[in-house]
Design a protein around this ligand. Structure first.
Ligand code: KG4
Ligand code: ZN
Length: 340
């Protein structure tokens, strides 16, 4: 079975070819630099850029995999959640190619695809496990009872983790997107330079909150002179990262304990963060829990994860018709809290 995956939910135009038998055959990602001067994704510009790039990106994915569309069994495409104009480009391209070549379509949930990214490098990974999904739009702890069977254990009360990285990078005026820049700056810096709160929600031990941390960084900056900020921007970034990562790891480990899980799985763009990877490895080693972390290129948005999730659902018989539309606010399909 060979699946072409298409991903355009935000600002990455991506296509990939994946086969459960042969593995990942190509993984093409065209990032959009045009948003950098605006310090965030401009939805109109994103959909225009997707429109220009989607067919060349698909062509390159097929070429790299050494095949044409005749080598493909089905097209998997992200239908949500995401920016509606961006999603529409990927869904339209998938429908057009599918109709032209008589190929079935498989609709894929973006967050579920992030979790499936782990299966590309670890085909032996089997549920049940706890997944920590941390990206620009999502921060969730998910109990994966089985592939396709999810229960949300906790989520953020305000900002997503990646959003917090991006907003703090903006406060520090170090550029966009903030996550990778803070990660790089923090590498050789002092994470104890400023004391920042690690928010825990009373009565909801598996919930996250990042807006207080962002405000605490802002208050710290207001108390500092321009010279001090300039001299210690890396230390402030490292202090923020330590607080954010500390809260993520502590909460994820509470979920692992609560579910008596033997495995913790990381997913989403923030899962490429070096400190988060190191701290989850250390915390899991202490508890004898196996931790799974996709390669960084499979953490941030990509179509390999979409093709991998699509392969699973294609094998289960899922098919989408040509009436398929994007669902910008699609929740992760969830089982009731008392089961699973
Ligand atoms: O999964 P993703 O590519 O897109 C969404 O589905 O949102 O995640 C993007 C987010 C951005 O907020 C970005 O700043 C963050 O992931 N990110 C990181 C790192 N790389 C990307 N955050 C912290 N450290 C990183 N190395
Ligand atoms: Zn994503």
């Amino acid at each position: 079975m060979t699946i072409l995956g298409i991903e355009t939910s935000c600002d990455e135009t991506a296509a990939a070819v994946y086969s459960p038998e042969r593995g990942l055959l190509s993984n093409v990602i065209a990032s959009q630099d045009e948003h950098i001067p605006f310090g965030g994704v401009v939805p109109e510009m994103a959909s225009r850029a997707h429109t220009e790039r989607i067919l060349p990106v698909v062509r390159r994915a097929l070429e790299t995999a050494g095949m044409g569309l005749d080598g493909i069994d089905a097209i998997a495409v992200t239908i949500g959640p995401g920016l509606v104009g961006s999603l529409l480009v990927g869904v339209s391209a998938a429908k057009g190619l599918g109709f032209a070549r008589g190929l079935p379509l498989v609709d894929v949930h973006h967050v579920e695809a992030h979790i499936f990214a782990n299966r590309i490098e670890h085909p032996d990974l089997e549920p049940p496990f706890v997944a920590l999904v941390v990206s620009g739009g999502h921060t969730q702890l998910v109990w994966v009872a089985d592939w396709g069977v999810y229960r949300q254990l906790g989520t953020t009360r305000d900002d997503a983790a990646g959003e917090a990285f991006d907003k703090v990078a903006k406060l520090l005026a170090i550029g966009y997107p903030g996550g990778p820049l803070i990660d790089r700056l923090a590498r050789d810096a002092d994470p104890t330079y400023v004391r920042l709160p690690r928010a825990f929600i009373k009565g909801d031990p598996l919930a996250f909150s990042f807006s207080g941390l962002k405000t605490a960084v802002l208050r710290q900056l207001e108390r500092m002179s321009d010279e001090e900020i300039r001299a210690h921007v890396a230390d402030i970034a490292a202090s923020f990262q330590a607080a954010a990562v500390g809260a993520l790891v502590a909460t994820a480990m509470r979920a692992v304990r609560a579910m008596r899980a033997r495995r913790l799985v990381l997913a989403g763009g923030v899962a490429s963060n070096r400190a988060l990877r190191a701290e989850t490895r250390a915390a899991c080693a202490r508890r004898g829990v196996t931790v799974y972390q996709p390669s960084p290129i499979l953490c941030t948005d990509n179509a390999a994860m979409v093709a991998c999730a699509g392969a699973f659902w294609y094998a289960r018989g899922r098919r989408a018709g040509l009436a398929l539309n994007p669902s910008p606010r699609l929740p992760l399909p969830s089982v009731p809290a008392q089961s699973g």
